[in-house]
Design a binder for this molecule. Structure first.
Ligand code: PSU
Ligand code: MN
Length: 303
C-alpha cells in the first residue's frame, strides 16, 4: 500500500506499471546546488536527455507537503527560483508533509521517495559523504546511511573533495554498500576522473550494473553506488580546485557553518570562486550520469 502522501505523475505511474525504464532525479541540485537560471535549464535538459532515450524522468521533490514523483515545468521553476525552499533529507520529510511545506530533496530523501514509488535507478551529480574534520564534528551525510538501507542504484560522479573521500569509502564499506566503478577501477572525485582510491568493483557496461542492481534488490541488501567519472574533456585541474576547496572549508569553519547548511555553503562558495568553469563541469557530469543511468534503466527494464 502506497502512503496517501505520495503523488506519482501519470507518465511515471504508467511506465512503472508497464515495466518500462524510469530514472529518478533529485531536486537539491536544482534549489541549492546551482545558480538560477542554469539550475532550471539543467533540470529540463536532464529530463529531455532521458526522454530522448525512451526513458521516463521522475524528478522528485516535496511540494505543498506532497511527496511528488515526476514534476511539471511550473514545479521545477518554483524549486529553481524559490527563496525559501527547504533542503530536505530523510529526517525532514515528515515535518514537510505535516506542515504542507516545500522541500528540495537530497540524495537520501530522493532515494527514500523513489523506493516508495518502486523506482530502482537514480541519477545525480555528487553524493554527500564524510566531511573533512568528521573525526571531531561527526558530520557525515545521511546519504551514506540511506544507501545502506534503501534499494536504489545511485549513479554519481563520485564525491567532491569538499569531503574526506578515503573516510567516505571506508564508511560505505562498513555500511555494506557496493561501490561500482563505471568503466573505471578508480573512485572519481567529481571534477576529477580519479580520487586516487579504488572502487570495489568495475563494471564495463550497463547490463552488468542492471544485473547487480537486480541481485542486490532480490537479496534485500539495500542500495548501491555507481561511480561514473566526469568526461575527460570536462575534467578540471585537480590542484586548482583543491586550493579553492581548502579555502572554502576554512571559510566555513571560520564562519561557524555546520550541519545541513554546510554542504550548500561549500557548493555556493566554490561556484562563486571558480565561476563558470566548475558550473559547466557540474552540468556536463550530471548529463553524463543521466546518460549512463538511462542505459542502466533500459537494461534493467529488459531483464
Ligand atoms: N554534492 C554535490 N552537489 C550537490 C550535493 C552534494 O556536489 O548538490 C547535494 C545532494 O543533494 C546531496 C546533499 O544529497 O547535497 C548532501 O547534503 P548533506 O551533506 O547535508 O547530507
Ligand atoms: Mn552534514
Amino acid at each position: 500500500m502506497l502512503p496517501p502522501d505520495l503523488d506519482i505523475a501519470p507518465e511515471v505511474a504508467a511506465a512503472l506499471a508497464d515495466g518500462r525504464a524510469v530514472v529518478a532525479l533529485e531536486s537539491t541540485i536544482v534549489a541549492h546546488g546551482m545558480p538560477y537560471p542554469r539550475n532550471l535549464e539543467t533540470a529540463l535538459a536532464l529530463e529531455a536527455d532521458l526522454r530522448a532515450k525512451g526513458v521516463v524522468p521522475a524528478t522528485i521533490a516535496v511540494i505543498d507537503g506532497r511527496l511528488r514523483v515526476g514534476l511539471g515545468r511550473a514545479d521545477l521553476e518554483l524549486l529553481a527560483t524559490g527563496r525559501n525552499i527547504a533542503k530536505a533529507s530523510r529526517r525532514d520529510l515528515a515535518a514537510l508533509v505535516a506542515t504542507r511545506a516545500h522541500g528540495a530533496t537530497t540524495v537520501a530523501a530522493t532515494m527514500a521517495i523513489a523506493a516508495l514509488a518502486g523506482i530502482a535507478i537514480f541519477a545525480t551529480g555528487g553524493i554527500g559523504g564524510v566531511h573533512r574534520g568528521a573525526e571531531s564534528t561527526m558530520d557525515v551525510s545521511a546519504d551514506l546511511y540511506e544507501l545502506a538501507r534503501t534499494p536504489v542504484a545511485v549513479v554519481c560522479a563520485g564525491a567532491k573533495s569538499i569531503l574526506d573521500i578515503p573516510k567516505t569509502l571506508e564508511l560505505l564499506e562498513s555500511l555494506g554498500v557496493p561501490v561500482l566503478g563505471y568503466r573505471t577501477d578508480d573512485f572519481p572525485a567529481f571534477y576529477a576522473r580519479t580520487s586516487g582510491r579504488r572502487t570495489d568493483r568495475r563494471c564495463d557496461n550497463a547490463l552488468e550494473v542492471a544485473q547487480l542492481t537486480a541481485a542486490q534488490r532480490r537479496l534485500g541488501l539495500g542500495g548501491l553506488l555507481v561511480a561514473n567519472p566526469i568526461p575527460a574533456e570536462h575534467a578540471l585541474d585537480a590542484d586548482a580546485i583543491e586550493r579553492e576547496i581548502a579555502a572554502s572549508v576554512a571559510a566555513a569553519a571560520a564562519a561557524g557553518i555546520a550541519g545541513a547548511a554546510l554542504t550548500p555553503f561549500l557548493l555556493g562558495r566554490l561556484n562563486e570562486a571558480t565561476g563558470g568553469t566548475s558550473l559547466a563541469a557540474n552540468i556536463a557530469l550530471a548529463r553524463n550520469n543521466v546518460a549512463v543511468a538511462g542505459e542502466i534503466a533500459l537494461a534493467y527494464a529488459a531483464l
